[in-house]
Design a protein around this ligand. Structure first.
Ligand code: BQF
Length: 283
């Protein structure tokens, strides 16, 4: 059994991004990322700080626009318009979730597709499904980096993705199908989850339920990717997979923390660098 070490791989990617950022700087371009943070959800604050620190670490300029919970949709939209116009900012992300009175779809669709480093704009989602060059969402992109790094070939593999969100499950499906995998998407209405996970060569789970995937639900030699992040009452961070028992049957497995999470952040840096490079071409 091999542990897919997200901390190590993300560090390697950061070093690569840092080098390329330095090259761009020699050409007079400082890659810039803007983050919009609304309200005071503690988890969102932690995630934004991780992103800011990661940018600083590789030499990407970053700015966080913070707003109270009470901000109107109109104010948010005009902030996005302003950032879309700013030539020093190449990437823009809206930290989710947004407060209930805000229409998240409307907000995400206002981000310029050229600056959409989270890959949540329908234009980029559409291009992803078509297999074209695009910004793909950072978490599924981070999962794909594991397969690349550990030489896991996806051609003809049976993959079971548990969770069908626009942010993780659906783009994960597109990335896998584009690599010629056969992909099952399971979700809350799935009748018999175990029947899907048992036949899969690779199981990818991100729903937010500790111990959802147990050892009896996977075959020997399975590759398991855990995207879940759950905080237990005792403060411990765990994923959706019963790591202790599933790891005994797995050929590869990601830990939580230190698996997919750090890769998500590394892919944000990669996407921001990509946005800045694209800007250079059209400038
Ligand atoms: C780790 C996120 C749910 C909802 C909104 C490292 C992160 C997490 C874990 C991180 C996430 C999850 C992010 C670890 C960003 C991933 O060591 O295991 C980093 O910062 N993430 C987010 O921005 O919004 C979310 C999960």
């Amino acid at each position: 059994m091999t542990i897919l070490d997200g901390k190590k791989l993300s560090q390697k990617i950061r070093v690569e991004v840092k080098k390329e950022v330095e090259e761009l700087k020699k050409e007079g371009i400082i890659p810039g990322l803007a983050v919009i943070l609304v309200g005071d959800d503690p988890a969102s604050r932690v995630y934004v700080k991780m992103k800011k620190d990661a940018c600083h670490d590789v030499g990407i300029y970053s700015v966080v626009h913070e707003f109270p919970e009470t901000i109107t949709e109109k104010e948010l939209l005009s902030t996005i318009d302003m950032i879309n116009e700013n030539p020093n900012i190449h990437g823009l992300l809206i930290q989710l979730p947004l407060p209930k009175h805000i229409d998240t779809t409307k907000i995400l669709e206002r981000v310029s597709p050229d600056k959409d480093v989270d890959g949540f704009h329908p234009y980029n989602m559409g291009r992803l499904v078509e297999g074209l060059d695009t910004f793909a969402p950072c978490t599924p992109l981070g999962v794909m980096e594991f397969f690349k790094e550990y030489n896991i070939d996806l051609y003809g593999k049976d993959v079971c993705v548990v969770g069908a969100s626009n942010i993780v499950g659906k783009p994960m499906w597109a990335l896998l199908v584009n690599e010629m995998a056969t992909v099952d998407i399971c979700h809350i209405a799935t009748k018999d989850l175990a029947s899907h996970t048992k036949r899969a060569d690779i199981v990818i789970v991100g729903v937010g339920k500790p111990n959802l995937i147990t050892a009896d639900m996977v075959k020997d030699g399975v590759i398991v990717i855990d995207i879940g992040i759950n905080r237990l009452p005792d403060g411990k961070l765990v994923g959706d997979i019963d790591f202790e028992n599933v790891s005994k049957k797995a050929s590869y497995i990601t830990p939580v923390p230190g698996g997919v999470g750090p890769m998500t952040i590394a892919m944000l840096l990669k996407n921001t660098l990509k946005a800045a490079k694209k800007y250079k071409e059209v400038k």
